[in-house]
Design a protein around this ligand. Structure first.
Ligand code: FPP
Length: 249
């Protein structure tokens, strides 16, 4: 998606609209700690996390950022207590149902990336409906990584390519980065320019391992539910002060 809204609402004056990232990826960490600090159950942290994500999506759209990718559930998150996993799956489903009409109205094109086949059937159906209903939307591309693992994504791409070679549909010498990218969940999407991680952890946690090769990484101590417009503004200011060299001098 390349079209940008013609009017950028409320873009802070100190940000250069020409130097905004095209694609922002975010590791939304700290929901549980946010809730603990307030003496609330962890699930309240996840509910507030959804509010923070919605606010960020609106902000990206208003400021003319073309794509946002959020890490909602990793392949490792199945190891959490069953009650929390169940809560998250139900939350995703409820949020999708609740927000679909607004996403359509706001021109959000939603896409889920990851191994969706392991998700509850009712969630898979809701995801299918939302992706179909917003397929043509052009204001912002919103990717939700769910049951996503970067290593698993790379392995399944390798398997798919190897199968093509074995079936004589592809020569070994033809395999290049462009062909490889076509087999990733993110096929057709641009790679992120900026990766944000909240709650201070300095890890990539198996997120978009291939795609973040040249992304600028921004880590903030802010816990995810507190990550608001002001915090995003700070991340963008920091990003605009980086000198991106892509390995060159
Ligand atoms: C990490 O906090 C956050 C998650 C597991 C993501 C929860 C998902 C959302 C907020 C958004 C869902 C979005 C859609 C579109 C359906 P944590 O539990 O790891 O926090 P902790 O490290 O403090 O324990």
């Amino acid at each position: 998606m390349t079209a940008k809204p013609s009017v950028l609402n409320d873009l802070p004056a100190d940000l250069d609209r020409q130097k905004l990232p095209h694609h922002v990826a975010v590791i939304m960490d700290g929901n549980g700690r946010w809730a603990n600090h307030k003496g609330l159950p962890r699930i309240v942290g996840h509910q507030r996390g959804v509010d923070a994500l919605k606010a960020l999506l609106r902000c990206c759209k208003d400021w003319g950022i073309e794509a946002l990718t959020a890490y909602a559930f990793s392949t490792e998150n199945w190891g959490r207590p069953l009650t929390e996993v169940d809560f998250l799956m139900t939350l995703f489903e409820r949020v999708l149902r609740r927000e679909l009409q607004e996403m359509i109205a706001e021109g959000v094109c939603i896409r889920f990336i990851g191994d969706l086949s392991a998700l509850p059937i009712s969630l898979q159906e809701e995801i299918g409906r939302a992706m179909e209903a917003t397929r043509e939307s052009e204001n912002i591309q919103f990717n939700v990584a769910t049951n996503y693992g970067g290593r698993r994504e790379i392995l399944q791409a390798c398997r798919a390519i190897a199968a093509q070679v074995k079936a004589n549909q592809l020569n070994l010498e033809e395999i290049d980065e462009a062909i490889f990218e076509k087999h990733l969940y993110t096929a057709g999407l641009t790679n992120p320019d900026l990766l944000i991680r909240t709650s201070g952890e300095l890890r990539v946690s198996n997120f978009l391992l291939w795609q973040v090769a040249y992304a600028e990484i921004y880590v903030t101590n802010t816990l995810w539910p507190d990550f608001d417009r002001h915090a995003f503004h700070q991340a963008l200011s920091d990003y605009q002060n980086r000198h991106r060299r892509f390995g060159k001098l």
